[in-house]
Design a protein around this ligand. Structure first.
Ligand SMILES: [Zn+2]
Length: 493
């Protein structure tokens, strides 16, 4: 055990794993928690009396790759932000690129089925940035059914990524509705052999697209049963819309029958994705009960005025991000639906955080500047998901205890990955030997502050955040040069 370098003195220490909840000192050294007790000594100390000290949040669904966005996540208590739904392929190149630039919080990737498919089926060069993936999302070339040869090449690409430590396989399946369900089955078989989860953006539900090849929820559940793979159902709230109860009922029955399915949700009624996505085509908006003005195009902040304008934007900037109103946060029935996606047994909180878009006229702010400035915009989930979820879960009509809410933000996501990811056995917990990824918060004032109109406003009540023992947030403010984030990788079989 390393020597203690710093002690967090006199906070209310909550370990989501053991249920330990008492006033104590937490000592840190060598990037780990060295001791929890009273009267603990160390070279330096920080008085955290009156605050809660707990494990940092593990976000299984973050697309953020810019410093400002990562800082917003840190100010929301996130110490590990993983890109598991879109993923990255080749994954080794993604880890190398991030290691070279450094990050304030821990990072990791699943293998990207979409990127592998963009190469093997559409012929794009391997790799590339998230912006490139977003720009190509609506491109029909990668959505075509694969030939047997292409499927073999695709699977071998994904297997290579798993051998390089990818945390699972991410599938943007809902963006390629014509893909043969047999291909999805093969990818899940690969994941089952490797002992890693898949992370799926589900295909369209049958209620929305009656002639879909297969119902998006049925598909995930069936494949879990057929392959034994751990199937993680991404953002049940946004892909299920007003069919959340039907989808969760189906998942619950499959879980009861032994299928390995996990779910996640974020507490907002709107989604955000590339405006060129297939399901945002003007003629398809009606499937989701949408009209053009349900979309806000981030680069200009405009509500899309007409079908013609939507066509124009999809043509000119298919990767441009748009906020999409799916559920009405002002409607009590819709809010209750969202809460059921968050309180579903075992559901984890995951943000689907997006990179910032610099919008409007005037000079583009330096992306490294902090704060990001008034022209930066994103979905409020980027800055506020975890504080908002904890607020809603602990102060609502049927509140959870604080430690129950915290479990969904830290321990449960860590557990979901830990069978093949050794680092995850030391995260999501607060005990001696755990990684010193910690959040110190004031439960009385903890709240999200980001809104659709003011989307980069950091959450309130997060006082300190440590990543691998280094302060990333101190006295509620970002530590400018802190880049203690480390890669999180799976241990290949
Ligand atoms: Zn998604």
């Amino acid at each position: 055990m390393a020597e203690s370098e710093i002690v967090l003195r006199g906070g209310r220490v909550i370990d989501p794993e053991s249920g330990f909840d008492a006033v104590a000192d937490v000592a840190i050294g060598g990037g780990q928690v060295t001791e929890i007790g009273t009267g603990v000594l160390a070279a330096a100390e920080v008085d955290v009396a009156g605050l809660v000290v707990t494990a940092g949040f593990v976000d299984l669904h973050s697309h953020v790759n810019d410093l400002a966005g990562l800082r917003l996540q840190a100010l929301d208590g996130v110490t590990t932000a993983l890109e598991l739904e879109a993923g990255a392929s080749p994954v080794a190149a993604a880890y190398r690129a991030v290691a070279a630039e450094g990050r304030p919080i821990n990072y990791g990737f699943a293998a990207s089925w979409a990127q592998a498919r963009m190469t093997e089926v559409a012929g794009f060069a391997p790799g590339g940035s998230l912006a490139q993936v977003l720009g190509r999302l609506g491109h029909p070339g990668w959505q075509r059914p694969a030939t047997p040869g292409q499927l073999t090449a695709l699977l071998s690409r994904l297997a290579g990524d798993l051998a390089d430590g990818a945390l699972g396989i991410g599938l943007l399946l809902g963006y390629a509705p014509a893909v043969d369900p047999a291909e999805y089955l093969r990818v899940a078989e690969l994941a089952a052999q490797a002992g890693v989860p898949t992370f799926t953006h589900a295909r369209d539900l049958i209620e929305m697209v009656p002639d879909a090849l297969i119902d998006g929820a049925e598909e995930i559940v069936r494949v879990a049963g057929q392959t034994g793979a751990h199937m993680h159902y991404c953002h049940v709230n946004s892909t299920s819309q007003r069919h959340i109860d039907r989808v969760l009922g189906l998942v619950a029955r499959a879980q009861a029958a032994g299928a390995r399915i996990s779910t996640e949700a974020y507490p907002y009624g709107s989604g955000m994705t590339a405006i060129g996505a297939a399901f945002l085509a003007p003629e398809r908006l009606g499937e989701r009960g949408l009209v053009p003005s349900s979309l806000t195009y981030a680069p200009t902040g405009e509500r899309v005025a007409s079908q013609a304008r939507l066509r124009e934007l999809r043509q000119a900037d298919p990767g441009g991000l748009a906020i999409i109103e799916l559920l009405n946060e002002d409607d009590p029935a819709d809010r209750a639906l969202l809460m059921r996606s968050l309180t579903f047994p075992g559901a984890v909180v995951a943000s689907d955080a997006m990179p910032l878009t610099w919008s409007g006229p005037g000079p583009r702010t330096d992306p490294l500047a902090w704060p990001p400035g008034p022209t930066a915009m994103t979905h409020p989930r980027t800055a506020g998901t975890f504080s908002r979820a904890i607020r809603l879960l602990t102060r609502g009509e049927h509140p959870l205890s604080l430690d129950q809410a915290l479990r969904r933000c830290s321990l449960e996501p860590a557990r979901l990955l830990e069978p093949r990811v050794p680092a995850m056995r030391r995260k999501g917990r607060l005990r001696a030997g755990a990684d010193a990824d910690l959040v110190i918060l004031d439960p009385a004032t903890l709240t999200d502050q980001a809104t659709y109109a003011d989307s980069t406003r950091p959450s309130a009540g997060i006082r300190y955040v440590l990543v691998n023992g280094a302060f990333v947030v101190r006295d509620g403010s970002i530590v400018p040069d802190a880049r203690p984030g480390r890669p999180v990788r799976a241990q290949p079989r």
